[in-house]
Design a protein around this ligand. Structure first.
Ligand code: NDP
Ligand code: OAA
Length: 260
């Protein structure tokens, strides 16, 4: 697993007593190794380079942010190790996306896009771009869950008293501008009509009970709307707890006999 922040710790906890999937190593920055070794305990190796991965590693799960996908993604895939990512918004960079695709194609590994905090992308992906004429995404979070995003420079987040649109544009712009809040946007885009043809609104809503993701899609095969009302992770309120459970599911499904 890459990173040992809010999502990664919840994944580790979720799998601690799991017989099917086991976290063997966490890849963190060199300067963090000693502190994280204390936090993880002895059952997990703490490493700071891809070279230190066990040679029989089957899957690496990224839970660390866009920079980590850039730093390690291609190297992991080129070794034939499949990579699951939650920081999907980084793929709005076409050059990086193509480099990762090429590394995976060359080694036979897979780049796996996790649903993360959002539900419904299975239906969008099943329909596919040819069967979708429109896909929109609206994300709502309490105002302070947007702290640390570019919205902080444009809005007085603490003073917001009614639903306020912070961003309106394409999935590509959203993923680039909101790297810690718009990864689900990228997942919706990749599942459906792509980064430039998915319309996105990001809203600060003082009435929001958690982090809400709404997808609407239309096409010859479906008329679709799906809302995920996710509760935040205590350790990071801008991240929905479902993200970690989505990762737990992905890891369990790697070895499960019956896979849902
Ligand atoms: N798809 C989805 O539904 C969602 C995706 N996300 C993505 O997940 C990421 C992580 O979220 P969350 O766990 O809440 O964030 P946290 O900030 O709690 O944790 C991120 C961790 O990753 C580590 N990290 C960052 N860069 C590197 C690197 N280059 N090498 C090793 N470790 C690194 C950080 O360590 P350090 O302190 O040393 O920087 C930190 O421990 C988000 O940035 C976002 O991209 C988040 C929410 C939902
Ligand atoms: O966790 C969430 O609610 C979604 C999120 O931050 C993201 O997509 O980056």
């Amino acid at each position: 697993m890459i990173g040992y922040g809010a999502i990664a710790r919840a994944v580790h906890t979720g799998l601690r007593t799991d017989a099917q999937a086991l976290i063997r190593q966490v890849l963190v920055r060199e300067t963090r190794c000693a502190a994280i070794r204390q936090a993880t305990g002895d059952d997990v190796g703490v490493i700071s380079s891809v070279d230190a991965l066990h040679t029989d590693t089957r899957f690496v799960l990224e839970c660390a942010g866009h920079e980590a996908v850039r730093a390690y993604g291609a190297e992991i895939l080129a070794r034939g190790i499949s990579l699951g990512i939650v920081s999907v918004g980084v793929l709005a960079d076409d050059e990086l996306h193509e480099a990762l695709r090429r590394a995976a194609a060359g080694s036979g590994a897979q780049l796996v896009i996790l649903p993360g905090a959002i539900g419904g992308t299975d239906a969008i992906a099943a329909a596919g771009p040819e069967n979708l004429t429109m896909v929109t995404y609206t994300g709502r979070k309490p105002p302070m869950a947007w702290a640390g995003s570019p919205a902080e420079d444009q809005f007085d987040l603490a003073g917001i008293t009614e639903p306020t649109v912070l961003f309106s544009g394409t999935a590509r712009e959203a993923a680039r501008q909101y790297p810690k809040n718009a990864n689900v946007v990228a997942t919706v885009a990749l599942a459906g009509r792509g980064f430039d043809d998915t319309k996105v609104s990001l809203v600060a809503d003082p009435g929001a009970n958690g982090n809400t993701h709404e997808i609407a899609a239309r096409g010859p095969l479906l008329d679709f709307s799906f809302t995920t009302g996710g509760r935040p992770l205590a350790a990071n309120p801008r991240t929905s707890a479902l993200t970690a459970m989505s990762a737990v599911r992905t890891l369990r499904n790697l070895t499960g006999t019956v896979v849902v």
